[in-house]
Design a protein around this ligand. Structure first.
Ligand code: HEM
Length: 502
């Protein structure tokens, strides 16, 4: 394990010495503070490694879910020197994020997130800058049609390109990862840059390849170790690689921003970047002090939108198709409903209300896929007493979405693919309060309506055109639903056939 993490054996003895000293301090202070106030319970923590031996860093969310069954819905774990309060189960996560939105609403900016975004932008920022950037992003995404007809048209156009790529494989097995992430990132690109990239565009290809790798690295055991012991950075190959990827992507984004700046017309905005640049110029002219509209916030916000908006939507769609190939009788029912209600014309957003089964299948795919299992870590903004436990300001908090989407008290069959979770007795679509794939409260996902529109239009258009099956020689039972674990949960590398229906 250690060699796996360090890729260098000389670093191990250094690690043991320094950790020993730091751990003694950590053990002592956590022990003495627990005596003073009633803190959330948790497994006994070893001086050297905290609870690292009791959790599986390769599947942290499942380990924490198991621990919640023993220690309750609010409990403490020590990941090395880092103390984390875990919130588990629908009721507790909702109570914290919604009813105590302020106290649980800060982002935990771990060392790796600080390296990546330096506290700027939307995702890994706090305070006034985050507030302003989030307000700006929500308003601007709305102006550029998030959830409106204009975005619907863009997604429908992109469906045609995606279908074309799938058709080129002529029903033979292929890995759809790349095509789906091109399509999904083009929707964000349309809003942010006002342009779409050809799927063979080298800039798009390299950016996505690096993003994909970065997201995977972010969930790797060595980066989790780095967050606990940041001085390890220079010894870790994965850390160096990750920082390099991020910087190179920033350079690409800066080049696109510079091109947009050259042709900027403040009277006619083409995209998110245009609105930001105009706001920045106006504030500079009025000599406004302490403006948050600077280049770092622009580049980091754009990076955040791509990072948060591309991989999540793309791999949810991949999960949807994998579930269809795995459960052909469910695919039959989706295709029967689509043929009966829509026929062969283009599906539109307004069709959704007449496609309850299809809608339920998409929601159930998202629930079971559980793409952001730990949400994105939060931090308490002030001291809080929650469910009778004292939690200090600045404590890292994991709202464990796995435990909400698989909550046994909220779902009839939490671990199986069951579209009836979202259907009433008459077969009408029903919303479920424990469907919290986009989290809740102050830091809730700002791209929810865009993601839902994308998923619905991409999924239905693909299912209208293709039948999804396992590759020849592979049975449905053999299709593996185990996830590949990174910052998000993606399907393991796999191939499917997309067989033309008409
Ligand atoms: C299926 C697709 C998606 C899923 C499952 C998803 C899920 C999430 C989750 C769980 C969070 C963390 C919320 C929290 O900290 O409590 C989040 C945050 C965020 N999401 Fe999404 N998301 C999706 C798509 C998108 C899209 C399409 C965009 C933008 C175009 C987007 C932009 C963001 C941003 C900017 C944040 C950070 C919000 C903040 O920290 O204030 N997401 N998302």
């Amino acid at each position: 394990m250690l060699e796996d993490i360090f890729q260098s054996s000389t670093s191990v003895s250094l690690l043991v010495t320094v950790v020993g000293l730091l751990a003694f301090h950590n053990f002592y202070s956590s022990f003495s503070s627990q005596e003073k106030r009633r803190e959330p319970p948790g497994p006994t923590c070893l001086p050297l490694l905290g609870n690292l031996l009791q959790v599986d860093l390769k599947r942290l969310d499942s380990s924490l879910f198991d621990l919640s069954k023993k220690y309750g819905p609010v409990f403490t774990v020590h990941l090395g020197l880092q103390k984390v309060v875990v919130l588990a189960g629908y009721k507790t996560v909702k109570q914290a994020l919604v009813n105590h939105a302020e106290e649980f609403g800060d982002r935990d900016i771990t060392p790796i997130f600080y390296d990546v975004h330096k506290g700027h932008g939307l995702l890994f920022s706090n305070g006034d800058s985050w507030k302003e950037m989030r307000r700006f992003a929500i308003a601007t995404l709305k102006d550029f049609g998030m959830g409106k007809r204009i975005t619907e048209e863009k997604i429908i156009d992109e469906c045609h390109y995606l279908i074309e790529v799938f058709e080129q494989h002529e029903g033979k097995a292929f890995d759809n990862t790349q095509a789906i992430s091109f399509a999904s990132s083009n929707i964000v690109a349309a809003i942010v840059f006002g342009k779409r990239f050809e799927y063979k565009d080298p800039v798009l290809r390299t950016m996505l390849k690096k993003d994909h790798e970065t997201i995977h690295l972010l969930g790797s055991p060595s980066i989790l170790m780095y967050n606990m012991f940041p001085w390890l950075g220079p010894f870790l190959q994965n850390w160096k690689r990750l920082i390099e990827n991020v910087r190179e992507n920033e350079e690409d984004i800066k080049r696109i921003v510079a091109d947009l700046k050259e042709t900027l017309n403040p009277e006619m905005h083409r995209c998110y970047v245009d609105v930001f640049l105009t706001r920045k110029m106006n504030l500079e002219e009025s000599e406004s002090k302490d403006s948050h509209y600077h280049v770092e916030n622009l580049v980091t916000s754009v990076t955040s939108l791509f990072a948060a908006g591309t991989d999540t939507s793309a791999n949810t769609l991949q999960w949807c198709l994998l579930f269809m190939a795995k459960y052909p009788h469910i695919q039959d029912q989706v295709q029967e409903e689509l043929s009966r209600v829509v026929g062969s014309r283009q599906v539109r957003v307004e069709d959704r209300k007449n496609l309850p089964y299809t809608d339920a299948v998409i929601h159930e795919s998202q629930r079971l896929a559980n793409v952001t299992p730990l949400s994105i870590p939060h931090k308490t903004s002030r001291d809080v007493t929650f469910q009778g436990y004292f939690i200090k300001a600045g404590t890292t908090v994991f709202p464990l979405l796995t435990s909400v989407l698989y909550d046994e008290s909220m779902w009839e069959s939490p671990h199986t693919f069951n579209p009836s979770h979202f259907l009433d007795k008459e077969g009408k679509f029903i919303r479920r309060e424990a469907f919290m794939a986009f989290s809740a409260g102050r830091r809730m996902c700002i791209g929810e309506s865009l993601a839902k529109m994308e998923l619905f239009l991409f999924f239905t258009s693909l299912l209208q055109h293709f039948r999804f099956t396992p590759p020849p020689g592979v049975t449905e039972e053999e299709l593996d639903l185990a996830p590949s674990v990174g910052f998000t949960l993606t399907p393991l590398p796999h191939e499917l056939c997309a067989v033309r229906r008409h």
